[in-house]
Design a binder for this molecule. Structure first.
Ligand code: FES
Length: 105
């Protein structure tokens, strides 16, 4: 079973979206131990013991993550379906950059 299906069907966390289901669109992006991961291409069993963060674990309506605030401020939602994956991707990318010595954006 893919991590995406496990998240959506067994954990009932439906914020992570299934788009192409082939690793091409990024709608299913989650954070795995803080790094971006396409959950449609990842077997759930491969991540046993890992910390998986979905959009449900990032901010709340009353306390949004800075990337969520930026999406609102700069009208970056497009049609919204892929937004959870985009938010996870932004957060993961910035964390990965910081770990690799890149300066804060
Ligand atoms: S659903 Fe499109 S990359 Fe995973």
């Amino acid at each position: 079973m893919s991590l995406l299906d496990a998240i959506r069907e067994y954990a009932n966390l439906t914020g992570t979206k299934k788009g192409c289901d082939h690793g091409q669109c990024g709608a299913c992006t989650v954070l795995c131990d803080g790094e971006r991961m396409l959950s449609c291409l990842t077997l759930a069993v491969m991540k046993d013991g890992s910390e998986i963060t979905t959009i449900e674990g990032i901010g709340t309506s009353g306390d949004m993550h800075p990337s969520q605030k930026a999406f609102i401020e700069y009208d970056a939602f497009q049609y919204g379906y892929c937004t959870p994956g985009q938010i996870c991707s932004v957060i993961g990318m910035l964390g990965e950059g910081n770990r690799n010595g890149a300066r804060n954006l």
